[in-house]
Design a protein around this ligand. Structure first.
Ligand SMILES: [Fe+2]
Length: 179
């Protein structure tokens, strides 16, 4: 699948999940939707930071991805806060509202600025190959936020395969939906 189509469909799914969260009528529904959001956003931001932004930086220059990277770092910080609140059974509403703001900014930056420029700069075949790579990376990506990845991992154990394995084990232990 074309990389831009793939990432835009992630964005649509993430927007729908925020709508589901706001429309939830029970704590259980809210908790399950927040679980799914944390998982989907962790995978999406990981694939964009590891594959999509480096590709865009090569095609368009480093300046093109400076702001997208900054927004992704803010998303990961808020995801970490949200994940911590959820594990401590604290209220999600504030961190969820901050996260939704970051995501609106992220989607606007990706879809209104970066993606149209890449669409004009790259051959369709190149974007399809990038899409296949992104699909593979998303399948194996961490399911929880790791604020130190991929910029500077302070601990050698925090390499993606280990992180992914650890996240999936934790998800299974907690019985998180769809993991
Ligand atoms: Fe994105």
């Amino acid at each position: 699948m074309d990389a831009i189509v793939l990432l835009s469909s992630d964005h649509r799914r993430i927007r729908l999940l925020f709508g589901d969260y706001r429309g939830a009528t029970t704590d259980r529904q809210r908790r399950k939707t927040a679980d799914t959001l944390v998982r989907e956003l962790s995978k999406h931001t990981s694939a964009e930071e590891r594959i999509f932004y480096p590709f865009a930086a090569q095609a368009l220059g480093q300046d093109a991805t400076a702001r997208p990277h900054r927004i992704c770092s803010a998303i990961k910080r808020h995801l970490t806060v949200l994940d911590g609140h959820r594990r401590a059974a604290q209220d999600d509403a504030m961190s969820m509202a901050q996260l939704e703001q970051d995501i609106a900014e992220h989607i606007e930056e990706d879809e209104q600025k970066l993606m149209p420029r890449l669409r004009s700069a790259c051959e369709p075949d190149v974007l399809r190959q990038l899409g296949s790579k992104l699909e593979r990376v998303e399948r194996g990506a961490p399911t929880r936020p790791h604020p130190h990845k991929p910029d500077q991992a302070p601990n050698p154990l925090l390499r993606t395969p280990f992180v992914t394995w650890y996240d999936r084990i934790r998800d299974r232990v907690r019985g998180r939906a769809g993991s």
